[in-house]
Write a protein that binds this ligand. Structure first.
Ligand code: MLT
Length: 264
């Protein structure tokens, strides 16, 4: 499906009814990573996955894609969809950074937050330099080297053998993200702010879900974030890496389902 948001097309999938739960993908991915959540949780909520500008079928933005810009587009998407009741955001990795920016900008629009395989801390100086190097690489050679370097780290070391078709599907999604979007994402990721103060000020139900084998963001960081948010829950999924919702969709969905029940 598609909708015009600020005169630009945003593509999305939706199913179910009731409490809106908005799924926000990571980098360099698109909404299709949430297919198993849209089909598997449609009986529990009004589930929606959207493509951030420049990803999937959504038109690219002219503005720099900061996490705040993406958060503002999510809010404008909700307006376009006439969703004015508070929603749950479920953001994976970069989608989690976007959710943290959303919590800063629009706290009154939130009923709860599900932080998936994400972190609140900003990039270290070394990580920032690596983002800049990656931008230069994509500029010169396209996104293939970035995709091939990142792919093995996105899943549990056990997943390529156990689910080779899934790894191919993830590669296909990454290859479909235009190089200009990859570069814009990298700049937004590099320059994002420290969201730890935001976490400490959250006064709403929060659930952290993390893969035990996440090679991009170690589970220790999820434990640290969980400790910053009183009353939050933390679930670690075994045999899952950074894309835990794709690698172990049933376990992931049952955790989300349980969390949504606490919001009733
Ligand atoms: C993501 O999955 O969105 C990225 O790994 C986030 C990041 O590189 O910080």
């Amino acid at each position: 499906m598609e909708i015009s948001v600020n005169q630009q097309i945003i593509t999305y999938d939706e199913a179910g009814a009731g409490l809106p739960v908005i799924f926000i993908h990571g980098y360099p991915l698109d909404r299709s990573i949430w297919a198993a959540q849209i089909s598997g949780l449609a009986d529990a909520a009004h589930v929606i996955s959207l493509d951030l500008p420049g990803h999937g079928g959504s038109q690219p933005a002219a503005e720099p894609t900061t996490m705040e810009f993406f958060a503002a587009r999510v809010a404008a998407f909700l307006d376009a969809k006439k969703i004015d009741r508070p929603v749950v955001l479920c953001g994976l990795s970069m989608g989690g950074y976007v959710s943290m920016a959303f919590a800063r900008l629009y706290p009154q629009r939130l009923a709860g937050l599900i932080f998936t395989a994400t972190r609140a801390a900003p990039d270290s100086e070394e990580a920032r330099q690596n983002r800049t190097k990656s931008i230069e690489t994509v500029q010169k050679e396209g996104s293939a080297p970035v995709v091939s370097g990142m792919l093995p780290k996105l899943v549990s070391p056990a997943t390529p053998q156990q689910q080779p078709a899934l790894v191919d599907a993830i590669k296909h999604i990454m290859q479909g993200v235009p190089p200009a979007t990859v570069m814009a994402d990298l700049a937004g990721l590099r320059d994002r702010s420290d969201s730890r103060p935001t976490l400490k000020e959250l006064h709403l139900p929060v659930c952290f879900i993390h893969g035990a084998d996440d090679q991009i963001i170690p589970p220790k960081e999820a434990e640290e974030m969980h400790a910053m948010v009183p009353g939050s829950t933390l679930e670690i999924i075994p045999a899952a890496g950074h894309l835990l919702n794709m690698e172990q969709p049933e376990q992931f969905n049952s955790i989300v389902r349980k969390f949504l029940l606490t919001l009733r």
